[in-house]
Design a protein around this ligand. Structure first.
Ligand code: TYM
Length: 332
C-alpha cells in the first residue's frame, strides 16, 4: 500500500447469524470508509473457536459472512477481504504480543467475564487471550482506525496499551490505532430486552438478523418491548423506544428530532411498523445480492485467495520487523 491514505482494519466472527447490530455498528460504516482508506476486512474464524463451534457450521458460516460482506457493499477491488486463518501471521504475532500482555489486564476485560459466565463449562485459554489475538489483527496492518461497535472499545484500549508497551521497549514498531465508533448505531440493543446488547448468539425475537425475511423482521419489530408511556421521544428510562429510534435513524439517515416530529401524536404500534418496514426495505436489497454471491463459490474462493495473498504480504512485513526487534535470528 504505497499511498498516503490511512489504514483501517476490522472483522466479524462467523459465530452466528449476523444481526442488524453487526450491520449498523460496523459493516455499514466499513462500506463508506473503504473509499477513503486502505481497508482490510477480516472474517475472524480463529476468534470464533474460543466458543465451541460445529465444524460444518463454522465452514458454512465463514462463506456466508464473506457473501454478506460483499452484499453489504464491500468491494474486493477496493478492500482486502480475507479469512483470518488463511494468514498465519495473526497467530504468530499473537504469541509474541501475549508475552507483552499482563495477566491482570486480561482479567479485567468485561467481555471475558461475560463470556466465561455464559460458557462456564468451557472457560478456555483462548477466551482469556482473545484480546491479544485481536491486537495482533489490528497491529499487523499498522491500522490507524478500527471501525467497531461500542462493545469493542475496551479491546481497542488494551490493543493500544500493548502497542505502546512494545513501542516503549523496542522503539517505534506499531501504529497506535484509534477506535471509530458511531453515535448512531454503535450500540444496538435487543428489541425484546432493551437493556441487553443485541447479539448474534441470541436466536430469539430480540435479535433481527440481516438475512431474516421481511415478514419475520416486521413481526419481530411489532413485538418489540417498549414502555407504558406512549410518546415517541428519545429520553432517559425509555430504553426500548430509544433503541427503536436509533435503529430507525441508522437505517433512514433521519435525525432524532426529525423522527420525533414525524411520529408526533402517533402510537407505539405505528412507529414499530414503520421501523420494521424501513429495516426490511434496506435488508431486502442486501438479501437479494447475498443470494447471488453465496451461489457463486468460484468467486468467493477467488476473493479469499486474493485477499489472503495481499494481507499475508503486508502482515509478513510487520511480523519480520517484530521478530528482528525481539531478537530472533533471521532464517538463513
Ligand atoms: P463481533 O463478531 O462480536 O461483532 C462484529 C462487529 O459488530 C459490532 N456489534 C455491534 N454494534 C452495535 N450494536 C450491537 N448490538 C453490536 N453487536 C456487535 C461489534 O462491535 C463488532 O464491531 N472481537 C470482535 C471481532 C474482531 C475484531 C478484530 C474487530 C476480531 N479482531 C479486530 C475489529 C478489529 C467481535 O467479536 O466482533
Amino acid at each position: 500500500m504505497l499511498n498516503d491514505k490511512k489504514t483501517i482494519f476490522s472483522g466479524i466472527q462467523p459465530s452466528g447469524n449476523l444481526t442488524i447490530g453487526n450491520y449498523l455498528g460496523s459493516l455499514k460504516n466499513w462500506v463508506t470508509l473503504q473509499d477513503e482508506y486502505n481497508s482490510l476486512f477480516c472474517i475472524v474464524d480463529l476468534h470464533a473457536i474460543t466458543v465451541r463451534q460445529i465444524p460444518a457450521d463454522l465452514r458454512k458460516r465463514t462463506l456466508e459472512v464473506l457473501a454478506l460482506y460483499m452484499a453489504c457493499g464491500l468491494d474486493p477491488e477496493k478492500s482486502i477481504i480475507f479469512v483470518q486463518s488463511h494468514v498465519p501471521a495473526h497467530a504468530e504475532l499473537s504469541w509474541v504480543l501475549g508475552c507483552y500482555t499482563m495477566f491482570g489486564e486480561l482479567s479485567r476485560m468485561t467481555q471475558f467475564k461475560d463470556k466465561s459466565e455464559k460458557n462456564s463449562q468451557n472457560v478456555n485459554a483462548g477466551l482469556f487471550t482473545y484480546p491479544v489475538l485481536m491486537a495482533a489483527d489490528i497491529l499487523l496492518y499498522q491500522a490507524d482506525l478500527v471501525p467497531v461497535g461500542e462493545d469493542q472499545k475496551q479491546h481497542l484500549e488494551i490493543t493500544r496499551d500493548i502497542a505502546e508497551r512494545f513501542n516503549g521497549v523496542y522503539g517505534d514498531t506499531f501504529t497506535i490505532p484509534e477506535p471509530f465508533i458511531r453515535k448512531v448505531g454503535g450500540k444496538i440493543m435487543s428489541i425484546s430486552e432493551p437493556t441487553k446488547k443485541m447479539s448474534k448468539s441470541d436466536s430469539g425475537d430480540g435479535s433481527v438478523c440481516i438475512l431474516d425475511d421481511r415478514d419475520t423482521i416486521i413481526r419481530k419489530f411489532k413485538r418489540a418491548v417498549t414502555d407504558s408511556d406512549c410518546e415517541i421521544k428519545f429520553s432517559e428510562g425509555k430504553d426500548g423506544i430509544n433503541n427503536l429510534i436509533m435503529i430507525y435513524s441508522a437505517f433512514s439517515g433521519k435525525t432524532t428530532d426529525e423522527i420525533e416530529a414525524e411520529f408526533m401524536g402517533n402510537g407505539y404500534g405505528n412507529f414499530k411498523i414503520a421501523v420494521g418496514e424501513c429495516c426490511a426495505d434496506a435488508l431486502g436489497k442486501i438479501k437479494d445480492k447475498y443470494n447471488l454471491y453465496i451461489s457463486d463459490k468460484a468467486q468467493l474462493e477467488a476473493v479469499m485467495r486474493t485477499g489472503s495473498d495481499k494481507a499475508s504480504y503486508l502482515a509478513r512485513k510487520t511480523l519480520s520487523k517484530v521478530y528482528r526487534k525481539v531478537g530472533f535470528v533471521t532464517k538463513p
